[in-house]
Design a protein around this ligand. Structure first.
Ligand SMILES: [Zn+2]
Length: 309
């Protein structure tokens, strides 16, 4: 299975259009040792020709422009993109599917709650249903395992397992809709299994809030984990928010009870931080924070990163 990281940043990307933090300012001035990153997006394929998207980032159109394997082949309208798996209803994870309209057939896997928010309270998503057989939505839920199928029904060679992650529906969900939703539908993580028997976990935006969740991370070969913030009070120090990482639903990387601390005993998987906020010092390859992360055996995902398993 090929795994392509098309975007590695948290919401807003790096640099963020309205951010003048130390990282964003130095990147614009070209005095930063590190690279720009677009909003989180991954694509996976078992055969190199049929691809599935994990989430649908607001930067998806540009990300496809930078990744030839996802581009249309010569001839009439076509796409190697077979489907999209949505892990929440957040704008950062869903806006990109509107870039995939243009009458193109597509399978969209999402929980019932995520579908309700997108399809019933946002009329814009009806653009995916202008012709018959355009978007086909498939209900998934935490605890479910299913094989990803191509648009013509063939086995893709990838099996997907959804599991519940802590988190809530987006803050902008109307109260009347929220009252009808099932809490376990809000945020899911994914375990993808390749035909080689190797597995990866995809958890780009959730806190490590239980011993069971932490223990489960040992059962994969590659782990993509939320690396939004280095410090719990990072946004407060940067002067951009009064909220801590933990209040926003993220486990900070550093400090007691931080990710490096909680996962110091993790031995099996290759460990990769993704969904990195633009204020996070690990983006600066000359920083002490970056050195600490690398010394602890972690990698920092970047746009264009590719792994095989
Ligand atoms: Zn910034």
């Amino acid at each position: 299975m090929r795994v392509k990281i098309m975007g590695a940043a948290a919401g807003g990307g790096f640099p963020q259009w309205n951010c003048g933090c130390r990282n964003c300012s130095r990147l614009r001035l070209r005095s930063f040792q590190g690279t720009a990153r677009s909003e989180v997006q991954a694509a996976v394929s078992s055969n190199g020709s049929d691809w599935f998207l994990l989430g649908a980032s607001p930067d998806l159109k540009t990300q496809i422009d930078h990744f030839p394997a996802l581009q249309a082949k010569s001839g009439p309208r076509n796409s190697p993109i077979q489907g999209v798996i949505l892990t929440s209803a957040e704008i950062d994870q869903t806006l990109g599917i509107l870039m995939l309209r243009e009458f193109q057939p597509l399978t969209i896997y999402a929980t019932k709650g995520v579908q309700q928010i997108l399809r019933e309270t946002n009329s814009m998503f009806q653009a995916l249903h202008r012709v018959a057989d355009q978007a086909r939505w498939v209900n998934i839920s935490a605890g479910q395992t299913w094989p990803l199928a191509t648009l013509n029904g063939a086995d893709s060679g990838i099996v997907c397992d959804a599991f519940r992650l802590p988190g809530d529906f987006p803050s902008w969900t109307p109260a009347s809709t929220r009252a009808e939703l099932t809490e376990t539908d809000a945020v899911i993580g994914l375990t993808l299994s390749s035909s080689s028997g190797k597995t990866m976990k995809w958890m780009p935006g959730a806190p490590l809030d239980s011993p069971e969740l932490i223990e489960s991370l040992e059962h994969c070969d590659v782990l993509f984990l939320d690396g939004a913030f280095w410090d719990d009070d990072e946004l407060i120090h940067a002067g951009v928010s009064g909220r801590t990482a933990r209040i926003m639903g993220h486990t900070p990387i550093s400090g007691p009870g931080g990710t490096l601390d909680l996962l110091a005993g993790l031995t099996r998987p290759r460990k990769i931080f993704i969904h990195v906020n633009n204020t996070n010092p690990i983006l600066d390859e000359a920083s002490e924070a970056h050195a600490q992360v690398r010394a602890a055996g972690w990698e920092v995902a970047y746009d264009g990163m590719e792994i095989c398993l």
